[in-house]
Design a protein. Structure first.
Ligand SMILES: NC(=O)c1ccc[n+]([C@@H]2O[C@H](COP(=O)([O-])OP(=O)(O)OC[C@H]3O[C@@H](n4cnc5c(N)ncnc54)[C@H](OP(=O)(O)O)[C@@H]3O)[C@@H](O)[C@H]2O)c1
Length: 254
């Protein structure tokens, strides 16, 4: 009998790290559902690239900062996996979608704080709550954090605090979902060349040089440095890795 493919759902898979995770998972034989907020065309290009390599893929619209939409999204995921995979559950959830919004503590507005909070913590918490019953036993969850919870860069107090909350949430998730064999881990990238860091890289032309100089491997990250780490965590090779924070920063600030 043909073995059933695993399915991973990645939020924010239209570009950047999420796109690379989708490609890396598909490369390792996992089918993929990605979500996008507004860049539908880019999301469907990712789907086409995966399908061209012989795996199943789908893209769905979701704003991960709007909790009120999660019940409907859950129903849509359910219908999709039933139709496309003849299944009622998927295997891996990767909470990746995110926004950059840099400001010093002195200058942070309540609106900026709330928008970071909604996408980086509240949205992740309640989307995971909504989807947990749809994650198959012995599946897994990967939450994206940042190197900025270990070291500091002025301007990222609110963002890094919320990622710190995600790291704590992940430990609780691992504890509570462990009875179903579901593992929960954190991947914490250092700076990576994506749209997310574009504004900061443009505002500080020396940033890349300075960050590279403070990295043991002598450069900043590329999206391809991250996808494989997530693909590993979403595989049986990582079956005994649980409640861990894996930093992928090339050895920044050692
Ligand atoms: N790049 C880095 O240096 C770095 C370092 C550490 C951690 N991270 C973390 O890694 C994750 C991905 O970052 P990235 O560099 O890949 O960012 P990116 O290139 O800016 O891509 C962001 C992705 O998230 C989606 N997204 C943004 N806001 C959303 C929302 N409200 N609802 C749903 N989807 C939303 C975007 O969808 P659309 O394309 O449709 O807009 C896009 O797919 C984030 O959690 C970030 O905090 C990044």
């Amino acid at each position: 009998m043909e073995q059933q493919s695993k399915i991973a759902l990645i939020t924010g898979g239209s570009r950047g790290l999420g796109k690379n995770m989708a490609l890396a998972l598909a490369e390792k034989g996992t089918d993929v559902i990605i979500t996008y907020r507004s860049r539908k065309d880019e999301a469907f290009e990712v789907v086409s690239a995966i399908e061209a390599n012989g795996r199943k893929a789908a893209a769905m619209q979701l704003d991960t900062s709007v909790v009120a939409g999660f019940k409907t999204f859950g129903n849509e995921v359910s219908a999709l996996i039933n139709e496309k995979w003849s299944r009622s559950q998927f295997d891996y959830l990767i909470n990746n979608a995110g926004i950059d919004n840099r400001s010093l503590i002195n200058d942070t507005t309540e609106d900026a704080f709330d928008s970071l909070m909604n996408v980086h913590f509240k949205g992740v918490y309640f989307l995971t709550q909504q989807l947990l019953p749809m994650i198959a036993d012995n599946g897994g969850i990967v939450n994206l954090s940042t190197g900025l919870t270990r070291f500091t860069t002025p301007g990222y107090a609110a963002y890094a605090s919320m990622k710190g909350a995600i790291e704590t949430f992940t430990k609780y998730l691992a504890k509570e979902a462990g009875s179903r064999g579901i593992r929960a881990n954190v991947v914490a990238p250092g700076i990576v060349k994506t749209d997310f860091t574009k504004a900061a890289r443009e505002a500080f032309p020396d940033l890349e040089k300075i960050m590279s100089g403070n990295t043991a491997l002598g450069r900043i990250g590329e999206p391809e440095d991250i996808g494989g780490v997530v693909a590993f965590l979403c595989s049986d090779d990582a079956r005994w890795v649980n409640a861990q924070r894996i930093e992928a920063s090339g050895g920044y600030s050692l």
